[in-house]
Design a protein around this ligand. Structure first.
Ligand code: GDP
Ligand code: GDP
Length: 444
């Protein structure tokens, strides 16, 4: 599973700036989905030697009362789940008593700690850093989050420290994501907020099928990967709910964890997002959907507990759900009962379809012909009287499929035209279940 790096510090030291710097996303590629609340507390780290999850724990004041106490609890949970903790302090403001209190608390956590002195871009580093030695959590490291200075080297050091905490032989696992290791099985993550029925669904799936083996190599950290076979297809279920432990120990004490969910999303080829038919789409559902969409993973939606609805309310719920989910036009929605098993078979048909779509190889001639046909049917608009030319297309990546279209003046392609192309690709190439990314390259 991806290592987790938590950012801790009092307000205004630059945590969210550093968060943005570490998770920088190619904004042109990330589709915008209206209607989704998007808190930016968790993100996929991209600056450094390998991917990881970054958690911004929010402001810790070091005082620990009232609302601060609440935030402090959240922060402590994040620290508990983290593999390394970066304590951020403000190099311009100098050492404060709040820094000292937070440092004292972090020292008790037993996690690898890094003291990161931010906003050092115009400062004399040695003098500023000397000030912070007394926090007693090691050598201070100077960065500038706004200028991305010192950040890459910092992450190299953090990774070295995280690697040291791992059992022998597991270091390699830090480098891998779902797509890095391919044992030929479809990696499946079943996600959702507490009580929507994830464990029930997982037990139904795994209970029905032949479980191939329990533990897989390289999954000794909290993750639980359960390989199973269904109709001749091999799957690996990435368990976020602690189901296996739960069924063994028979205690539903495993707590819901956003971090585990995000780790599972990153490991998966296909995500099954479980919703509760009686509750519509709650805020927490929307947040998880947002993360699922950001990840670019193939997605199937399971509206569970369908058996609990009266027959005459089902049509209403079906259309309400369809309306709320209309912005995720690529995912197939199923109405299921994990408890009784109805609809579960169809769910798997969509999982398979989504996996095939997400990993399909698309040839350059095929894509180029499609772009030519698209332009013939409906040409891009003129810019200042001159036409935008689209010449050829090739596949730039898979899971999700990335289609790179080469041409000239492509920077003027309107969003509506991009959507027209995506819809056409989806229809003609039968890419149901996966997002499709389109990138334009000019200068030709
Ligand atoms: P947070 O409350 O810890 O999340 O802090 P923010 O990321 O919101 O940053 C607080 C302020 O510090 C903002 O005005 C940032 O622009 C500024 N800031 C963050 N990083 C740097 C830095 O590296 N240099 C300077 N000069 N300002 C920074
Ligand atoms: P999780 O927290 O998402 O893993 O949810 P659980 O699988 O533990 O389910 C929460 C509760 O919902 C349990 O009492 C289940 O028996 C119940 N439940 C789950 N799926 C269904 C379903 O399809 N129909 C009905 N009626 N109850 C369900």
């Amino acid at each position: 599973m991806l290592p987790v790096i938590a950012l801790v510090g009092r307000p205004n030291v630059g945590k969210s700036t550093l968060f943005n710097c570490l998770t920088r996303s190619k904004s042109a590629l990330v589709a915008d989905y209206p209607g989704l609340t998007r808190d930016r507390q968790y993100g996929l780290g991209k600056v450094g030697p390998a991917p990881y999850l970054v958690v911004d724990t929010g402001g810790l004041t070091g005082e620990g009362e009232g609302i601060d106490a609440l935030i402090a609890q959240q922060a402590e949970k994040a620290v508990e789940e983290a593999d390394a903790v970066l304590l951020l302090v403000d190099g311009r403001a100098g050492l404060s008593s709040a820094d000292e209190e937070i440092a004292a608390r972090l020292r008790r956590s037993g996690k690898p700690l890094f003291l990161v002195v931010n906003k050092t871009e115009h400062l004399e580093l040695s003098r500023v850093l000397a000030d912070f030695h007394q926090l007693g959590i090691g050598e201070p490291w100077g960065i500038s989050a706004t200028h991305s200075r010192g950040v890459h080297t910092l992450m190299d050091r953090v990774f070295d420290a995280v690697a040291e905490t791992l059992p022998e032989g597991e270091t390699r696992e830090l480098q891998r994501t779902a797509l890095g290791v391919d044992d030929g099985s479809i990696r499946l993550a079943i996600i959702g907020r507490p009580n929507v029925g994830k464990s029930t669904l997982i037990n139904r799936i795994v209970g029905e099928e032949r479980v191939l083996a329990f533990d897989m190599p390289g999954t000794t950290r909290d993750s639980v990967a359960v390989p199973f076979e269904r109709d001749g297809t091999r799957y690996t279920l990435i368990d976020t709910a602690g189901v296996r432990r739960r069924s063994r120990v028979d205690a539903a004490i495993e707590k819901f964890s956003v971090i585990k969910t995000l780790q599972a999303i990153e490991e998966a080829h296909v995500i099954v997002m479980v919703l509760d038919a009686r509750q519509g789409i709650a805020d927490q559902d929307a947040t998880l959907l947002g993360y699922a969409l950001d990840s670019g993973r193939a997605l199937v939606i399971a509206v569970n507990k369908w058996d609990r609805l009266d027959i005459d309310t089902r049509d209403q719920v079906r259309s309400d759900m369809a309306r709320r989910l209309s912005f995720i036009d690529f995912a197939t929605t199923h109405f299921i009962s994990a408890l009784h098993g109805s609809g579960v078979m169809d769910l798997f048909a969509s999982v398979n379809q989504a996996y095939q779509a997400a990993t399909r190889k698309l040839s350059t001639p095929e894509l180029t012909r499609l772009v030519e046909d698209a332009v013939a049917q409906h040409a891009p608009p003129l810019v200042h009287g001159r036409s935008i030319k689209l010449r050829y297309a090739h596949q730039g990546g898979s899971n999700p499929p990335l289609i790179v279209i080469h041409g000239s003046r492509v920077e003027h392609i309107p969003d509506a035209y991009r959507r027209y192309l995506v819809n056409l690709f989806r229809k003609v190439l039968k890419l149901q279940g996966t997002p499709i990314r389109v990138e334009f390259r000019g200068g030709e």
